[in-house]
Ligand binder design. Structure first.
Ligand code: 6R9
Length: 652
């Protein structure tokens, strides 16, 4: 970024500070000394964290680093499922609830660690009986039901590599992912519930596997009871093949670098990237971060991460981190507005949730729905709130703190990626004095920095690119089947540094602010302007709930800022006229400076989002530039683009 970006970055000043509550700080798992310990000896620090796990054989080398290829805990052997389930049962916690599962229609299941052990063993035996061996790939295409967790752990238990595909992805997306990984078995369901109605999954699988010769068997969980097609000999009911399998299974220890899972990130180019994670380092870092960032107390906390299992957040912070730490957690199948807009808060109240981890997109939606909805529920059990997925706008942060956290709970804004495997930058809830909108500082053991175009660190107050200087245990090992692309994508922009693709700034105190994907940075009259900052300025207006900003080609200014805003609560989208738009343009100019004033603001009822809630600015750019839409297969709801288009007469 040029120097002008720094000028703009400095315009957004945040003076609010929120210190940890005294009792939380006093009893926190992670104290300030961890930073020093990691600084003194990073590898020794990670070695100490690896000892949270049960190893069948110890490692003899902590790290082997042939840039950009890392191996952690060489020679060590362990079983992930044993670590997440069996060892807790062996330690006398078999009766502890692992999962309070809440189905969207209101049905529930309570699964103890002993139950989980039994079902994971059965599923492991079933997979083995179908010929699945260590190293084989299994695709998992399920709704948010316990069988998703059980399937993942069963794969891990026998050393099969799972590839979870979002239950909302289309035939094409599923087919590509099955093909790329050469999956031998697919685990799916007849369907799942979403927004009050069953939606079918099995027909999508049937369609997808027509061109997937690698698939030998399809295991089907009966969830909705809807009619489905059946291919005799290929298709098997879960309740039959898993239900009849033995409940005894001896876990085998696998090498620390044994592949654990592949998870595809869409990226902007055609072919999704299969991000490969391995065993020992991954489990070490997800367990450590879940313990440190969420301060989990396994005997008293009730933890709830609202992510879908098909997103990395579901992998690391529903399955592997929490279960490695013996958490009791809530798992919810459906959407936040079914059957009513207070569903999340009803669940928090019902299970007395103490730690809640959700995404800015959800928080902004709750803001839009109004403060009165959470106010109807008892949220006093909450003690820590987390955010992940996008930069959280300062106003959304403040709303979350006040209306959900009762002005008492620390918020941990956690920056990380599918590629990083685990949280990298975040406050520690018992240590950090947090600022609304900042992810604050790298966690102990993580060497993150903000650099300029040439890879030189920016001074405090500067803006540039986020990088990671040293390998970390849960880093991706490669892109499945494509080492060259791994190298090109992440390690070629800056010599010897990992480049995640995010813009960032360092404030006067040295704290880090994420500014969104660098692809989204706009160039306006020679100034680099981050979409995040303009969006946050818009959201800081009391009548705006959500905003998405893009740069559209402009003959005079190179790019011009075009904004799409969703109004808050009572103001219906079509009531907002020119006066409102003018008020918002002025508001941005006042907050950030005239250079950041949007050329156009469109008031819309919805924004295009991925299944994990990220705004797809690329599609809005197509609209702003009056172009045909690019690939929409990863959209949650493809009708959104028609709604937006229908509302605008685009004037480029
Ligand atoms: C975990 C996850 C990764 C991208 C990442 C960044 C954005 C995630 C963020 C955040 C600002 C945060 N991102 N958390 N930006 N603050 N706390 O989201 O993984 O789906 O791979 O996305 O999400 O842009 O590069 P993934």
């Amino acid at each position: 970024m040029s120097n002008s970006a720094e000028t703009l970055s400095n315009l957004l000043r945040e003076n609010r500070r929120f210190a940890p509550p005294a009792d939380l700080a006093a009893n926190a798992n992670a104290k300030a000394d961890l930073y020093q310990a990691a600084k003194d000896d990073r590898l020794k620090f990670w070695e100490a964290q690896a000892k949270r796990l049960a190893w069948a054989e110890p490692w003899n080398q902590v790290l082997e680093w042939n840039p950009p290829f890392a191996k952690w805990f060489l020679g060590g052997k362990l079983n992930v499922a044993y670590n997440c389930v069996d060892r807790h049962v062996e330690a006398g916690h078999g009766d502890q609830v692992a999962i309070y599962w809440e189905g969207e229609p209101g049905d529930t299941r309570e699964i103890t660690y002993r139950d989980l052990q039994r079902e994971v063993c059965q599923a492991a035996n079933a997979l083995a009986s179908l010929g699945v061996r260590a190293g084989d790939r299994v695709a998992i295409y399920l709704p948010m039901i316990p069988e998703a967790v059980i399937s993942m752990l069963a794969c891990a238990r026998i050393g099969a590599t799972h590839s979870v595909v979002f239950g909302g992805f289309s035939v094409d997306a599923l087919r590509n992912r099955i093909q790329d990984a050469d999956a031998k078995v697919v685990i799916t369901a007849d369907g799942g519930y979403r927004r009050g109605a069953p939606h079918a999954l099995k027909p999508i699988v049937d369609d997808a596997v027509k061109e997937c010769p690698s698939v030998e068997k399809i295991i089907v969980v009966r969830r909705t009871g809807q009619d489905i097609g059946w291919s005799e000999g290929r298709d098997l009911w879960w309740h039959e093949v898993v239900g009849s399998a033995s409940e005894e299974h001896t876990p085998e220890a696998f090498d620390a670098e044994h592949p654990l899972f592949i998870l595809y990130t869409s990226g902007t180019t055609a072919k999704p990237k299969g991000i490969l994670h391995t065993t020992g380092g991954y489990l070490t870092q997800v367990a450590f971060t879940h313990w440190a960032v969420f301060d989990l107390k396994p005997d008293t906390d009730v933890y709830w991460c609202t992510a879908d299992i098909g997103w990395v957040t579901g992998h690391s912070y529903i399955v592997y981190g929490p279960l490695a730490n013996r958490a009791t957690q809530v798992m919810y199948e459906g959407t936040p507005d079914t059957p009513h807009k207070g569903r999340f808060w009803e669940i928090v109240q019902k299970y007395k949730v103490t730690i809640l981890y959700t995404a800015p997109t959800a928080i902004r939606t709750f803001m839009k729905w109004g403060d009165d909805i959470p106010a109807k529920f008892d949220l006093s059990s909450l003690r820590i709130l987390g955010s992940v997925g996008e930069p959280i706008n300062p106003e959304a942060w403040m709303w979350y703190r006040k209306h959900i956290g009762g002005d008492r709970c620390p918020i941990v804004d956690t920056w990380w990626q599918t590629e990083t495997g685990a949280i990298m930058i975040s406050p520690l809830p018992g240590v950090t004095e947090a600022k609304p909108g900042s992810a604050m500082t790298p966690l102990p053991g993580v060497e993150a920095d903000v650099v300029d175009n040439h890879g030189n660190p920016v001074p405090s107050g500067g803006g540039g690119f986020l990088v990671i200087r040293e390998p970390w245990p849960s880093m991706l090992r490669t892109i499945w089947g494509d080492d060259q692309r791994y190298q090109d994508t992440y390690w070629s922009r800056f010599e010897g540094m990992y480049f995640p693709g995010d813009g960032a700034k360092r404030d006067e105190d040295g704290d880090i602010w994420l500014l969104g994907r660098v692809d989204d940075v706009m160039l306006v009259s020679g100034h680099n302007i981050s979409t995040t900052e303009v969006e946050s300025a818009l959201v800081s207006h009391p009548r705006v709930a959500e905003a998405a900003v893009v740069g559209a080609t402009d003959p005079v200014t190179t790019q011009a800022i075009v904004a799409f805003v969703i109004p808050r609560g009572d103001l219906a989208a079509d009531e907002a006229g020119d006066a409102f738009v003018q008020e918002l343009r002025d508001h941005v100019a006042k907050t950030l400076g005239a250079i950041a004033k949007p050329r156009q603001i469109h008031v819309v009822p919805e924004l295009p989002k991925t299944r994990s809630g990220k705004i797809m600015r690329r599609l809005l750019r197509d609209v702003a530039e009056n172009r045909r839409l690019g690939d929409t297969t990863t959209l949650t709801d493809s009708s959104v683009m028609d709604t937006i288009r229908g509302k605008l007469e685009v004037t480029p």
